[in-house]
Design a protein around this ligand. Structure first.
Ligand code: RIB
Ligand code: CA
Length: 302
């Protein structure tokens, strides 16, 4: 039998982070969730850490949650992104509070420790600003030899969402993302231009979720309604680990602009067969929908 892929998820929950966690927790035969590390961006790290614990409790997982940085590499966090995630980061839906507390150890130390334990097999999935992973790579230079691959929601080969050029996860801490792309670790970048096209409408969701647990169904319904058609970017990026053909891939070297203020956070790929980076493009929405449906089936009416 295939061994589940060991994963650390670095996240800033976040409505679309919620759906990413739903997907990750739904397939234990595929993924071994070693830890969740948190970062702010959508909200403060205190709030995103609590959200991570509450989401894990909802999906019946007890992976440890390690809090990360409380500011970006060079800047403070901005105000909570209320229009996309609500005041509480979860579309103003209140989840039952987890009985667990966050771990005392910080995200970057936990990342290094887990990577060592996994002997080069660990996949780090980042669906928020990449500050924690950059801090880990700077503090522990040998970490770059211990991570199998980074899968990230972030960047864009098209237009951005915090500027014409930059997507939020990369643009909010472009210096951190540059550390990641220059680390020598293989990266799969699923950018905004691609995730934007992976949508499941409310009508489709209603049809697909008839056999889903009523509480989970209602929470998801409220979140999808809140988003008003905005894609669940983080789940779309994560779904490529379940079906890599949800997208096509360009192979090459990805560059993050950190110097020119107007274009800060812009991601571009120079295509070359020797490259260790891949950038997703041409999403196949129907295939994404199929994975989303399989996820819903994993939370059946009890
Ligand atoms: O730009 C989309 C990304 O920014 C998503 O990860 C979302 O959760 C926010 O963090
Ligand atoms: Ca996110």
């Amino acid at each position: 039998m295939k061994k589940p892929l060991p994963i650390v998820l670095d996240t800033d929950p976040g409505v679309d982070d919620f759906f990413c966690l739903a997907m990750l927790c739904a397939f234990p035969e595929e993924f071994s969730l070693r830890a969740v590390t948190t970062i702010g961006g959508n909200n403060s790290t205190e709030v995103t850490t609590k959200n991570a614990l509450d989401i894990l409790a909802l999906f019946g997982k007890d992976a440890p949650v390690y809090p990360g940085a409380d500011h970006f590499t060079e800047e403070e966090f901005g105000e909570p992104v209320v229009f996309a995630h609500g005041h509480n980061g979860l579309a103003d839906v209140t989840l039952s509070a987890s009985k667990r507390e966050p771990e005392k150890e910080k995200a970057w130390d936990a990342l290094y420790q887990i990577a060592k334990e996994e002997n080069g097999e660990l996949v780090v999935v980042t669906v928020g600003p990449q500050t924690n992973l950059a801090l880990a790579l700077l503090k522990y230079p040998s970490l770059k030899t211990k991570i199998r691959k980074i899968v990230m929601m972030g960047g864009t080969l098209g237009t951005g969402n915090i500027s014409p050029y930059a997507e939020a996860n990369v643009g909010n801490d472009a210096i951190a993302s540059r550390v990641i792309f220059e680390s020598g670790i293989p990266v799969d970048m699923i950018g905004l231009d691609t995730t934007r096209q992976c949508k499941v409408s409310l009508e489709e969701f209603e049809e697909m979720s008839e056999k889903t647990d009523p509480l989970i169904r209602e929470i998801m319904r409220r979140m999808i309604t809140f988003r008003k058609g905005e894609a669940m970017h983080d789940a779309a990026a994560f779904s490529t680990l379940l079906d890599p053909e949800i997208v096509s891939w360009k192979t090459g070297t990805i560059h993050v602009e950190t110097e020119t203020p107007l274009k800060k956070g812009r991601t571009t790929i120079c295509e070359t067969p020797q490259g260790i980076h891949r950038a997703a493009y041409e999403p196949r929405r129907e295939r994404y929908k199929e994975v989303f449906g399989r996820m819903l089936e994993r939370y059946p009416v009890k």
